[in-house]
Design a binder for this molecule. Structure first.
Ligand code: GLV
Length: 367
């Protein structure tokens, strides 16, 4: 992002969004920013952080601060990863490759979406940084198995199974825009397979064909167990809202969960993820790693999530805004910005490493 193109660099993740809104085509911008129905959860994910207050410790030596952590044993330079989001080539021509390289530059981890516009092979070849793969379970179990074995062989280090999307939530902006993938872009993980399904359903957008025809609405705990039986990779369930489901994830021996409401894009009126976190963290009691996404826009948000029990957070849309504004450079700048904010928030909270972010830092605004 050079100063000659943009007179002022964005100073915050929300300024990146504003700028992205002015450079993206409307259907693309709408697709990325939408939530389901009335977008109550979309707004709530952001609002909830404003009601949480921080109680900093004074007179602590914070001269040296350490943001590094591990996620499923993988060291990353900060407790912030890249959430899986769809169709990065809609934001910039190099798409998911730019994202992977921004992750590598910032020494963090990218979760590649099943709705990637770049093949998992190309993404893996473009980076030496760690990658996880977000998985949807297809009706065609052979296809599912092939995808899993492909990413396993490519060196992806974990599977992150999305469990909140038997069907796609209804985003009314997309309906209004009759959203479909721009010409020339494909869902590269399934490629030809999708094209065949689309040819048979010519009236529908590729995304609807994907969800309605390819994805399995009958998936249960037994199916995620099956995935574990055919893969050596650690498995994370993404889209957990309830303590009973979190406990089940523990009992079934999964490695992690993402407390996520899919960025407010699935069931509208579910709570903000940050408000679900404390009880889930208590219920899990350290028996698996808890990650969180949804509404992280500030370093202080990161600290709040860590303090309430997340091992690390993931950011989704802000990366897309960075890509739209400046490709690889833009996505890198977004990661650097949230990292710097987190570092500053740590210093001002009186903590010098991420494990010192504990519940006593947190209070709730009542009015
Ligand atoms: C896909 O997962 C989406 O949220 O659009």
């Amino acid at each position: 992002v050079s100063g000659d193109i943009y007179p002022k660099l964005p100073l915050s993740l929300s300024e990146y969004e504003e700028l992205a809104g002015s450079v993206l085509d409307k259907p693309a911008y709408d697709y990325y920013r939408s939530g389901a129905n009335d977008e109550i959860t979309l707004a709530e994910n952001l609002q909830a952080y404003k009601r949480i207050q921080l109680y900093p410790r004074i007179l602590v030596d914070v001269e040296k601060r350490d943001l590094t952590t591990t996620v499923l044993g993988q060291e990353i330079s900060m407790p912030i990863m890249i959430a899986p989001t769809a169709f990065h080539k809609m934001a910039c021509p190099s798409g998911e490759i730019a994202t992977a390289q921004a992750a590598e530059k910032n020494q963090t981890l990218m979760v590649l979406s099943s709705l990637s516009t770049t093949t998992p092979e190309e993404v893996a070849a473009s980076t030496s940084g760690p990658l996880w793969f977000q998985l949807y379970i297809y009706k065609d179990r052979d296809l599912t198995k092939r995808v899993i074995h492909r990413v396993e062989e490519l060196g992806y280090k974990a599977l992150c199974i999305t469990v909140d999307a038997p069907l796609l939530g209804r985003r009314e902006r997309d309906v209004r825009n009759t959203f479909s993938l721009p010409k020339g872009l494909t869902i590269a993980t399934v490629g030809d397979y999708l094209e065949k399904a689309m040819a048979e359903n010519a009236k529908n957008s590729s995304l609807n064909v994907y969800f309605t025809n390819l994805l399995d609405q009958s998936v249960t705990w037994r199916d995620v167990e099956w995935i574990r039986s055919i893969s050596e990779l650690p498995i994370i369930l993404k889209g957990v809202h309830r303590t009973d489901d979190a406990i089940r994830a523990v009992e079934h021996g999964f490695d992690g969960i993402v407390v996520s409401n899919h960025g407010g894009r699935q069931l509208d009126t579910v709570p903000a993820t940050i408000n679900l976190l404390p009880s889930i963290s208590d219920a899990v009691n350290g028996r698996l790693e808890i990650f969180l996404d949804g509404g992280i826009r500030r370093g202080t948000d990161v600290i709040k999530a860590l303090a309430l029990g997340a091992r690390a957070v993931l950011i989704g849309r802000p990366i897309l805004w960075g890509l739209a504004v400046g490709g690889y450079e833009g996505a890198s700048a977004v990661l650097r910005l949230i990292r710097d904010e987190t570092d500053l928030a740590m210093a001002l909270c009186g903590i010098s490493n991420v494990s010192e972010a504990t519940k006593d830092l947190i209070g709730y605004r009542t009015a």
